[in-house]
Write a protein that binds this ligand. Structure first.
Ligand code: GTP
Ligand code: MG
Length: 209
């Protein structure tokens, strides 16, 4: 019996896209949930709880007085950057009492966005420290809230004491395109950082000849 092979279409099977995990972090109320919701192509998973009167002494809502809810576990969303690249987004909770969740969320992350509000820049110090200590590449994105003063990016870089290679940019977390640009910056920065690390490791290898 002769078995025939089915005719090949000549087209290669489409390659699976690479999926990467990106954290969206920063201080309380800087717009993390807003950013994940603006770019996500799936209905974002949210874990919002109402800010209570009881929490007022510990929840500093200065500058975001209209805020009525806060993230208590995480946000989750997904964005397809192109045929080869899909990003899974994990938004962190902003309040100090949920710090214990960060290590769990950061596992396997390629990079991070640190959102900042120039009216409360100090709220994002802890996120910058966190990623610096763990060597996770990050981009700082200043979320331009209405009524917040605009500062040159170099001033923000100095105020946050960032290394020269950390990208700093402006964004509007409510806008999809703007938020997507921030995520592309994180991926590019992380790829660059990993290529540099690989080159440095190769140059340390002893010569084999
Ligand atoms: N004007 C303006 N308002 C914004 C922007 N981004 C977020 N907001 C508003 O600011 C508030 C805080 O946004 P969230 O996205 O909940 O902030 P968050 O960082 O997730 O907050 P936590 O999870 O509680 O830390 C919401 O009322 C948003 O509608 C922005 O770019 N411009
Ligand atoms: Mg949130």
């Amino acid at each position: 019996m002769v078995f025939g092979r089915s005719k090949r279409s000549g087209k290669a099977a489409p390659a699976e896209p690479v999926t990467l995990k990106i954290l969206v972090a920063g201080g309380f109320g800087v717009g993390k949930t807003t950013l994940v919701g603006a770019v996500s192509e799936i209905k974002p998973l949210r874990t919002e709880e109402t800010l209570s009167e009881a929490g007022r002494p510990v929840d500093n809502t200065e500058g975001v007085e209209a805020k009525s809810t806060t993230t208590v576990a995480m946000d989750f969303g997904r964005i397809t950057i192109n045929e080869q690249l899909v990003l899974y987004l994990f938004g962190t909770p902003g309040q100090d009492r949920f710090w214990f969740l960060w290590d769990e969320l950061a596992q396997g992350a390629l990079g991070a966005v640190v959102l900042a509000d120039t009216r409360r820049l100090e709220d994002s110090f802890a996120a910058v420290d966190y990623f610096e200590r763990r060597g996770i590449p990050f981009t700082v994105a200043v979320n331009c809230f209405d009524g917040a003063e605009r500062y040159p990016l170099e001033t923000v870089r100095e105020a946050l004491d960032l290394d020269g290679e950390v990208p700093v940019m402006l964004c509007d977390a409510r806008r999809r395109e703007s938020s997507r640009d921030v995520l592309v910056s994180v991926v590019e920065h992380a790829m660059h950082a990993s290529a540099q690390a690989a080159a440095a490791a190769a140059s340390r290898e002893p010569a084999t000849t």
